[in-house]
Design a protein around this ligand. Structure first.
Ligand SMILES: Cc1cc2nc3c(=O)[nH]c(=O)nc-3n(C[C@H](O)[C@H](O)[C@H](O)COP(=O)(O)OP(=O)(O)OC[C@H]3O[C@@H](n4cnc5c(N)ncnc54)[C@H](O)[C@@H]3O)c2cc1C
Length: 498
């Protein structure tokens, strides 16, 4: 039987789940499928950044997710004898959420699935495995294997959120650019009985005898990751005796119990193309990175936020198809910059040769002793979005917009979904009304001197003043489209959506 959806999402991991929620909240009809009967149970993401939490906020799940997470303010790379090679400190962030947050990925995914259950226009089908699909003229027709037999479904667009071994990517004949990283690691998650006996910061131990990661996770859990040597097979590494030997130096016997374990090869790969006509790739299907920056899941969630508003705008007739090409042109350089950071961290840690490790230590220790003292930052800084969907040249264009808080109230919740034109003062109806309507029903005009509570209006006025602008146009994914005069911003926004 053929059913018509606006979008089919293949894969209900974090990328597919967030995309389903954001599309569903836009009123679109979405089919979200996963071949697995349940959420993936093995160890994966332990960290999310503040921008990811802000997207979860937009998806209505931030509070549920933060209830099971805890902030991390320090991330140290240490020598074998515990001297500091690199230190990353964070305190606060532009979005108001903690810059770094430690999580348990299955708990995050459970919160996302609970939210999906609230959305009548999103159908989640588990134990639905994509077999193939074809371009059906005005869209895509996909074939699934299900417990009730084969199902065929049609939609205008299909997004492959189907993970590292993406069938959607393979079916489109899209290759992967290999950024040359391939290291085997054992990952161990534990339940914590005695937190006082565990480090309360995140650590990379750059010991050539055994490169080791020791990080916090969501409440009640702690993780270790151990790099495997060429002669250590996954079967040997997953043995209880092997794990006990690796944990022995941490003296955590009785403080933790093993919950789950897995061996992975960490890679750095980017798909050669992220779109083929009505078919897109997102998340691990489009890119994979070693976990040292804690950014794989975060990047997939950013893909979802970027693609969601563009698909919604095109499907509602508010923007032309060309807008969808900006998905890859905006996301690819951002992801590549993050992969570069993850590779720098990974190549620092994954050194087994003692001489090379000694050289690394000498170079980084000298660099650190010449550097100014560590100061807490506001999270990792990534390149701004560039291209036709930002007003290049205007101050702050392409940067994530700030989110002021008033107690527990957050600006994005007050301002609501869609794009915002935030103006320092009242704007006459001659200036914006007609243009605002034709720029799309999603554009809200928000004069800061008209009913916006002071706790929000003051920091936003100050933000505009620092950029010397009377107004800022913020895209639905909370990136700054541009700053300047209201009328000029609306005209440029309308041109960008054509
Ligand atoms: C050890 C480790 C540590 C990590 N740490 C971090 C971290 O700290 N922070 C971070 O941000 N990221 C981290 N990551 C990365 C993060 O886990 C992934 O980037 C994230 O899970 C990718 O989400 P996704 O939804 O794109 O893909 P997945 O989570 O892989 O989901 C893909 C889904 O597609 C389904 N599927 C596949 N094929 C089909 C098909 N043919 N039909 C239907 N369904 C299909 C699968 O069943 C699966 O549910 C880590 C990863 C590892 C391995």
């Amino acid at each position: 039987m053929t059913a018509a959806y606006d979008v089919i999402l293949v894969g209900a991991g974090p990328t597919g789940a967030v995309l389903a929620i954001l599309l569903g909240q836009s009123g679109l009809r979405v089919l979200l499928t996963d071949r697995a009967p349940q959420i993936y149970p093995l160890p994966r993401a332990a960290h999310i950044d503040h921008e990811t939490v802000r997207i979860f906020q937009q998806a209505g799940v931030a509070d549920a997710i933060m209830a099971t997470s805890r902030p991390a303010e320090q991330y140290d790379f240490l020598t074998a004898d515990r001297q500091v090679l690199m230190r990353f400190l964070s305190h606060g962030s532009p979005s108001g959420w903690p810059a770094s947050n430690m999580i348990h990925q299955p708990s995050v995914e459970a919160a996302l699935r609970q939210r999906i259950a609230d959305l009548a226009n999103v159908d989640l089908r588990v134990s639905w495995e994509l077999l193939d699909f074809h371009d059906a003229g005005a869209g895509v027709e996909a074939r699934f294997r299900t417990v009730d037999g084969e199902q065929r479904v049609a939609a205008r667009y299909l997004v492959g959120c189907d993970g590292a071994a993406s069938l959607v990517r393979a079916h489109c004949g899209i290759g992967l650019e290999d950024l040359q990283f391939d290291e085997p690691w054992l990952v161990i998650d534990t339940m914590v009985q005695d937190p006082a006996r565990l480090p309360n910061i995140n650590l990379q131990i750059c010991d050539p005898a055994r490169p080791t990661t020791c990080v916090m996770m969501g409440a009640g859990r702690h993780r270790w990751e151990f790099m495997l040597k060429p002669d250590e097979s996954p079967e040997v590494a997953l043995g209880d005796g092997f794990i006990a030997t690796l944990l022995a130096p941490w003296k955590v016997d009785g403080a933790v119990t093993l919950e789950r374990k897995a061996v992975y090869r960490f890679h750095a790969l980017v798909a050669d193309a992220w779109r083929r006509g009505p078919v897109f790739l997102a998340g691990d299907a489009a890119h994979q990175m070693p976990p040292f920056a804690g950014q794989g899941l975060c990047s997939g969630v950013r893909d979802a936020a970027n693609l969601a508003w563009k698909l919604a705008a095109v499907l509602r007739g508010e923007a032309g198809e060309g807008l969808l090409d900006t998905y890859e042109t905006e996301r690819r350089p951002h992801v590549k910059a993050i992969i570069d950071l993850a590779l720098m961290m990974g190549r620092t840690v994954c050194i087994l040769d003692p001489d090379a490790a000694a050289q690394r230590d000498a170079a980084l220790l000298a660099q650190r002793s010449a550097a100014p003292p560590d100061v807490p930052g506001q999270g990792m800084a990534f390149p701004p979005v560039a291209g036709p969907c930002v007003l290049t040249g205007s101050p702050a264009a392409g940067e994530p917009f700030v989110q002021p808080w008033s107690g527990t109230r957050r600006w994005d919740d007050v301002a609501g979904d869609g794009a915002w034109l935030i103006t320092a003062d009242a704007v006459s109806s001659d200036e914006v009304s007609n243009d605002a309507v034709s720029a799309g029903p999603g554009l809200r005009v928000l004069p800061l001197d008209d009913g916006i509570p002071g706790d929000f209006a003051q920091p936003l006025q100050a933000w505009l003043a620092r950029r010397g602008a009377r107004a800022v146009l913020v895209r639905p994914d909370r990136y700054v489209f541009g700053t300047g005069a209201p009328e000029a911003l609306i005209a440029a926004w309308r041109r960008a959506l054509v």
